[in-house]
Design a protein around this ligand. Sequence first.
Ligand code: AR6
Length: 164
Amino acid sequence: MIKVIQADITTLSVDAIVNAANTTLLGGGGVDGAIHRAAGPELLAACRKIGGCPTGEARITPGFKLPAKWVIHTVGPVWHGGDRNEPTLLANCYRNSLELALKNGAKTIAFPGISTGVYGYPKDQAAKIAVIVMREYENKFDEIICCCFSGGDKALYEKVLAED
Ligand code: AR6
């Protein structure tokens, strides 16, 4: 089932949380910064060993000090207006993250709105893509959580799910 909640993703006791990372995997601001702060320095060391991740792909590390067992790092596209393959790349982020979660036995997974912060992806279009891919995997998980940072984002996901 797909669930929508408003929360700080670093507080969730799920099998896997997804990080909106950049291609270096070496941390940054937004949700990436929050996850690295909460997981502790071992996360950065683990990411360094991976050596980066192309846009649309995903990589997995332990959650270290987080309540979540795994962190799945995916790199969303930077929004350039929509004609640079952004929708496909964003869908790839969700699909590759869910595939990696399945491979590692995760039954519960939480996503932030990949690319919808500093990467500038329009939130309504991004939520529609997220929900389309989540629907494809819904039956393979106990819970797929849309973890919204703001009340406005939560309302948006609820609307998209209701229309879906
Ligand atoms: N819990 C849940 N959601 C959050 C949290 C949190 N603690 N903090 C922010 N969000 P962003 P991007 C939401 O900018 O656009 C980093 O520097 C936020 O409201 O974190 O993919 C990376 O290193 C927004 O909806 O990620 C990259 O360089 C969503 O998370 C770059 O930012 C994503 O916002 C990635 O940009």
